[in-house]
Design a protein around this ligand. Structure first.
Ligand code: CA
Length: 337
């Protein structure tokens, strides 16, 4: 981590009021020798209260959060805020513009590159700016993910399990305030510990993530879950009063654990994936999960895949075409929280 950054912020993040502009990431290309990559950013601030960093487009093909944070920038006024909202709706902007999980410039997967590097590629420079400049300003981070092009989730929010009882209790309370239909808790250090969530977690910054839907598209249901969740968490933190959940019945989220390898099902063969269960299903260990069909040799019997343990189906693979090693499902198990 370094407080050095290569990005220049066009707007003042310290003064009260509402401003929007770009983080300028200098990028010299054949088409644009002295150009910059314009990463949208906004701030809405008033008085004394928590600073909340709201991020979407960390993966560029995850759209619900991008849509919800755009609405937040357009609709929320300083009078609704007590503290400060810093909004980064297309964090990996080159990926978001391309509708891709990773950057078309350097294939950078922003959420596997934290804490970043100011001397690295463009995606590492973005990670560094978030980790070195924006995160230290923030009391809480909401990082809005979804299944992207290759996965479909039942709308969920998530936190990390912590040995620090007070921090964990604050995280669970924020998860309940988000109020997604399902919530789940993952161990720290997943995905190599290189995610924004893990970086926030290690620094003791309150963090709520989401997995809202996916399939490379946004549904009305998943966008509403995002909007209600954002307003619920911001109210819970005392940071903003946004009436996006006014029409929604108070939802009690079901909080699940996601543990180790036995929670996941991976494709043992390449082929066409036929899921045999739907999202939200309660399954048993040994139960058939899907079939991998061999369309190049259709006389060959499909390869069966089963669940390794009992649980609730939180996510499934979305495209039919599947390679050996692709994640087909992961499960959650009830926590009683
Ligand atoms: Ca994601």
């Amino acid at each position: 981590m370094s407080a050095r950054t290569t990005l220049a912020c066009e707007i003042d993040l310290e003064a009260p009021g509402k401003r929007h502009g770009f983080l300028r990431l200098p990028h010299s290309t054949h088409e644009s020798a002295y150009g910059f990559i314009p990463i949208p950013i906004a701030v809405i601030a008033r008085g004394t209260g928590p600073t909340v960093l709201l991020v979407a487009g960390n993966h560029g093909d995850e759209y619900e959060g991008q849509v919800a944070l755009g609405r937040l920038i357009r609709e929320v006024e300083p009078g609704q805020v007590t503290g400060r909202l810093i909004v980064l709706p297309a964090a990996n902007f080159p990926a978001a513009r391309a509708g891709r999980r990773v950057s078309p410039i350097d294939e950078g997967n922003l959420n596997r590159l934290f804490p970043g590097d100011p001397d690295g590629g463009v995606t590492q420079q973005i990670a560094n700016h978030i980790a070195a400049i924006l995160l230290p300003m923030s009391d809480a981070v909401i990082d809005l993910h979804s299944g992207g092009s290759s996965l479909m989730y039942t709308p969920s929010a998530l936190i990390r399990r912590s040995d620090d009882a007070a921090h964990f209790a604050r995280s669970v309370a924020a998860l309940k305030a988000f109020g997604a239909p399902h919530s789940y808790i993952v161990p720290p250090g997943t995905n190599g510990g290189r995610t924004l969530s893990d970086t926030a977690f290690r620094r003791g910054v309150l963090h709520v993530g989401t997995e809202l839907g996916g399939g490379g598209a946004a549904t009305p249901e998943a966008i509403r879950v995002a909007e209600r969740g954002i307003s619920g968490v911001l109210r819970h933190l005392g940071a903003a009063e946004i009436p996006w959940d006014a029409d929604a019945p108070k939802r009690v989220t079901r909080i699940l654990d996601v543990g180790g390898a036995d929670y996941y099902v991976h494709a043992p063969d390449p082929g066409v994936f036929e899921p045999l269960v739907e999202l939200g299903a309660e399954v048993r260990g040994g139960q058939p999960a899907g079939l991998i069909h061999h369309t190049e040799t259709p006389w060959r019997m499909p390869t069966p895949v089963s669940f390794a343990r009992d649980g609730l189906v939180l996510v499934k693979r979305w495209p039919g075409m599947t390679a050996r090693g692709d994640c087909l499902f992961h499960l959650g198990t009830d926590t009683g929280l």
